[in-house]
Design a protein around this ligand. Structure first.
Ligand code: TA6
Length: 297
């Protein structure tokens, strides 16, 4: 797979719409610009780093301290967690693919003027050493007035496997203390801060301290009401039965080397997932797609 910037631009560049640049440390990034929106997508991790619809401020949050480094995901944007979400004994947190290089499979512009970028990967000896299954994984990024991310898992082997997965989206907010998430009222969550004890959500979700929750069995859209930023972000989804909500707040932030002091005030993760008990089992030959549709409403 030759993925130098020059080769990528020759094979996949779209005049005036999509080109590849060196995002630092030789890691290629697709830069997309249309009259509808702009975006940046790193091939390492298939990580969307930026999305800004026309007339809006940037929607995704990325830490000021983020650096482009081989083998390390960026704190922010939309990391892809797969084939497991969260911790797993002796194995990398959040799965195998967020710091691996993905291949570019296709780029195109559709009739509505949206730019589509298709990234993928398959199993190899290094994935087999950590997770012994055959797969094809593809992320289709559609950049327009809505940012759509569709993560398709295909079981290309002869044994069934179970996955959890997440589009771990980090959003920019004006002030976390004046931010409210709607859409989870009446649902149950597993609270990581209480050793994953189940808790019932009552009313809208407000933020007064560290928050790290897996809302289970929910297919609802979430609305992030950013009062200080004077806007609402909608996170709609398909193929997802969990939503994770995370903000590290002041103390936990100090343990994260890739966040600067106080940055927690301007970020919030509302993640489109299948997590905790919400596993997806794929028989040989079958496929599952996890999708997030993000828009400013
Ligand atoms: O999605 C929430 C979470 O799993 C938190 O528990 C927190 O650790 C966060 O993700 C970030 O994980 P990371 O491995 O990127 O430091």
């Amino acid at each position: 797979m030759n993925q130098t910037v020059a080769t990528l631009n020759r094979r996949f560049g779209l005049a005036d719409r999509l080109h590849f640049v060196d995002g630092g440390a030789g890691l290629s990034v697709a830069e997309i610009k249309t009259p509808q929106a702009s975006a940046r997508v790193a091939l390492q991790g298939a990580q969307v780093l930026a999305w800004q619809p026309a007339g809006q401020k940037p929607v995704l949050w990325v830490s000021k301290t983020a650096v482009s480094e081989p083998g390390k995901g960026v704190r922010g944007g939309v990391p892809v967690c797969w084939p497991w979400f969260g911790a797993r004994d002796g194995l990398p947190a959040h799965g195998l693919v967020r710091a691996r290089l993905w291949e570019v499979r296709a780029t195109t512009q559709d009739a509505a003027g949206q730019v589509l970028l298709r990234l993928g990967m398959t199993d190899d000896a290094s994935t087999r050493a950590l997770w012994d299954f055959a797969f094809d994984l593809e992320l289709l990024v559609t950049v327009g007035p809505t940012l759509t991310l569709a993560l398709a898992t295909r079981n290309t082997g002869t044994a069934a496997f179970a996955i959890t997965d997440a589009l771990h989206s980090y959003f920019r907010v004006g002030d976390i203390a004046q931010t409210v998430v709607q859409g989870l009222d009446g649902g149950d969550y597993l609270d990581k801060l209480q050793n994953f004890a189940p808790v019932r959500q009552t009313g809208a979700l407000e933020f007064t301290g560290e928050t790290d929750r897996i809302y289970t069995h929910t297919t609802a859209d979430c609305l992030i009401e950013d009062q200080a930023g004077r806007r609402t972000i909608r996170v709609a989804k398909q193929g997802s039965t969990s939503t994770v909500v995370w903000n590290p707040w002041r103390e936990r932030e100090k343990t994260l080397t890739d966040m600067a002091a106080g940055e927690y005030r301007n970020m919030l993760c509302v993640e489109t997932c299948n997590a905790g008990p919400d596993q997806v089992t794929l028989a040989p030959g079958s496929m599952h797609t996890l999708a997030a549709m993000i828009s400013v409403v």
